[in-house]
Design a protein around this ligand. Sequence first.
Ligand SMILES: Cc1ncc(COP(=O)(O)O)c(C=O)c1O
Length: 476
Amino acid sequence: MARGRLGAADLTTMLGEWRTDAPAYDALAERLRLLLIDGRVSADVRLPSERDLSARLGLSRTTVTAAYGRLRERGYARSVQGSGTTTALPPHATSPADSETGIDLTKATLPATRLLADAAGEATERLTAHLPGSGYTLRGLPELRTAIADRYTERGLPTSPDQVLVTLGGQSAIALLGRVLIARGDRAYAESPSYPHAYDALRLAGARVVTSPVTTEQGWDLPALEAAISRTQPVMAYVMPDFHNPTGWSLDEEGRARLLRAAARTETIVVADDTTAELDIDRPVTHPPLAALAAGHRARVVHLGSASKQLWGGLRIGWIRAEPELLGRLVAQRSATDLGTPIWEQLVTALLLPRAAAVVEERRGQLRAGRTALYAAVDRLLPDWSLPARLHGGLTAWVHLPAPVSSQLTLAARGRGLLLTAGPRFGADGAYERHLRLPITAAPAEIERAVGILADLWPRADALPHALTAHAEAVV
Ligand SMILES: Cc1ncc(COP(=O)(O)O)c(C=O)c1O
């Protein structure tokens, strides 16, 4: 049975300018395939009827029938008796195309810190004492909760272990907060662009997502942020003050104060995602965690963090820092979706967090090398692309393309074994065809190869008809 249906109007917005120089049925099928691959459309969703979509797109019905047929042939759709055409994801959908290249830039992740191997050995020795137990904890091991609390305290936000809950990575922290704070139909604020899986989690919790822009040139549009919050009175505001994913911006002091004042007026709980907060390359000013300013503005701030970017994604350790009352509610609700976090990974993390200074230094070197490689390669090979004038930290550059062809370029790159996430995946409403997120986390040689492939494809992408698509950016 289908898990939902997609109307012709919504699908048309998501498709953006999908035409290429390929036959229309083929181009339409390809764009639908990309929407499925990058998660903008889920599997098991009923597509609009061929009649509705052809009317909306101004195409013959035969063209839409042929496009749906092509999707079915390739495993991206199936016909269900009495339910029309439903999307599907074949098992190979999200793995690289057959190619020698095989570069995956859809994830902005770093390799494990070089300190990890030693910590893993020591954690294994310590594990012996835990073997008679269950092997997992609902709230978190005391030593890890202490290490997380100490790190917040060191960064300027006094924290005690009873304010900390250990989760399964940052993503489960976002999802749990969404589930507990949001009731179906509530509004939730998020920046635009934002971390796509946060949008997914907020929507899964039943939220109607409202946004305001963060741009590569100016950062947060503060009047728009204040207006969005005061107009919609969201129950929660999910933000990334440092470093915003994907733009890499860091919110300045005035921005922090204005965000907190706006949230206090509407009793909106601010959820600050710290996942990339310490991934600093050369930022002129560092700020204490947002909650350090909350009391001064009578705002409520919850933090969430993750070991994934600093230590290693393979640990799957994340956390929430909140006042004990909310933490109690989170713990009570957690078991519906997972029963706890494994002990060994917690032991490794507890050993590494006190060594944050050394890890941050290591990451700084890697990110600086990635940034240098990306800027040099783009300047040399794609001089009409615009990189952010400043990128002081974080994991990615939000590149501005001279034409709204992000999805087309992403599809073409896939054929060459280079996996990217198209710009629109980072928006709540299908905008950002003029943007592409390029991680600075990969090894310099890999970044250079990826930009080489993009430069190779670019003359052809540029030749695609895109002038009609000015609307794609106007939504932002
Ligand atoms: C801003 C942000 N928050 C949360 C996450 C998810 O973190 P984790 O891998 O710990 O689940 C990511 C991962 O990309 C992220 O970029």
